[in-house]
Design a protein around this ligand. Structure first.
Ligand code: PDG
Length: 316
């Protein structure tokens, strides 16, 4: 650390020596703290029971992308699990902008979490919860690195792991019940793939660890309607596809259709539109990112310069 501070070359560690929030900034109980020092109480039901909901919004070139959509999804999730944020929508806005301002990050991954909080001793009734709010900003996260997106990623359809049934854990409520998704990742690694696509166990595609799935089948772009998080990137891509006059179906996506697809891609705030060029060890289409995917991908990023979708951060 001392050595890097004395060098004249600017490095990540010299930057963090100057700004304690450069690696990320968290808001914990009213205080802004460096990300590495951010702590939650061990008895928080969010940790012990996954009793929470959260959201992740991206900051790109210094602006929040579709923040009102993310806030609306967070609020819908809170209602669905009967949780109230102790922090108002206006305060949340203020905190999120301040987190990014302090970090100085131009490209950031900004997470907001509302938990059921720390129960009174012995209390097991979730209605008696005392909700807590947490938020943090860290450098932007890529599920698939941009260089890899140019050639496409490798995926497998999970066979041993199914997505948690929506009647057990509602996937529309963004949650930390990642047991199935993490198990799916191990299955993908074991089979030589990088990312798993989970099904509902009854022949329909659901989603993967942190992303929605799209497939171009017989010239029609398809994405599952149910059993998935209603991704903001998914919503953006659906809008872009309709605008471009593509045939688009938001409905069932059978596993069999996915195998016939000429193009497959994933969508997430953490990486945008990510082409899949190998599925279960076989090439998708001609094994290169397809034209429909790459067109949607570039138009997705173009939207990050459209004032209708972006709220700039004041870094001064
Ligand atoms: N499905 C699941 C299960 C997700 O967690 C996410 C996003 C999506 C779909 C895509 O939704 P959206 O387009 O609104 O991003 N999850 C990641 C956070 C988790 C991670 O991988 O770090 C995100 O919001 O970036």
């Amino acid at each position: 650390m001392t050595a890097s501070r004395s060098t004249s070359t600017p490095t990540r560690s010299t930057a963090s020596a100057e700004n304690p929030f450069a690696a990320g900034c968290a808001w914990i109980e009213g205080e802004y703290v460096p990300i590495r020092e951010a702590r939650i109480p061990i008895l928080d039901a969010g940790f012990v029971r996954s009793d929470l909901t959260y959201d992740v919004v991206g900051v790109w070139e210094g602006s929040f992308f579709r923040l009102p959509d993310h806030m609306a999804r967070l609020e819908a999730g809170l209602r669905r699990i009967r949780l109230r944020s102790p922090v108002s929508r206006n305060q949340i806005h203020e905190i999120l902008f301040e987190l990014v301002r302090r970090s100085g990050l131009r490209e950031a991954y900004v997470e907001t979490v509302v938990t059921r909080g720390v129960p009174a001793p012995g209390e097991r009734d979730p209605r008696q919860g005392d909700p807590r709010f947490y938020a943090y900003a860290i450098p932007y996260v890529w599920i698939v690195r941009p260089e890899q997106q140019e050639v496409g990623t490798q995926a497998v359809v999970a066979r041993e792991t199914v997505r948690i049934p929506p009647d057990a854990v509602d996937p529309r409520v963004k949650n930390f019940h990642w047991g199935d998704l993490v198990r799916g990742l191990f299955e993908a690694y074991d089979r030589g793939g990088w990312l798993p696509i989970l099904t509902d166990g009854r022949g329909l595609i659901a989603e993967g660890p942190g992303f929605n799935v799209f497939a171009l089948v017989d010239g029609r772009l398809m994405t599952p309607r149910a059993g998935v998080l209603e991704g903001i990137t998914r919503k953006t891509v659906i809008e872009l596809a309709r605008e471009a006059g593509l045939s688009m179906s938001v409905g069932d996506l059978p596993v069999a259709s996915l195998y016939r697809a000429t193009e497959v891609f994933f969508t997430s705030t953490a990486g945008g539109v990510m082409p899949v060029t190998m599925l279960d060890g076989k090439p998708v289409g001609d094994g290169r990112p397809g034209p429909v995917t790459m067109n949607l991908r570039s138009r997705y990023w173009d939207l990050h310069r459209d004032p209708r979708y972006n709220l700039p951060v004041d870094y001064s």
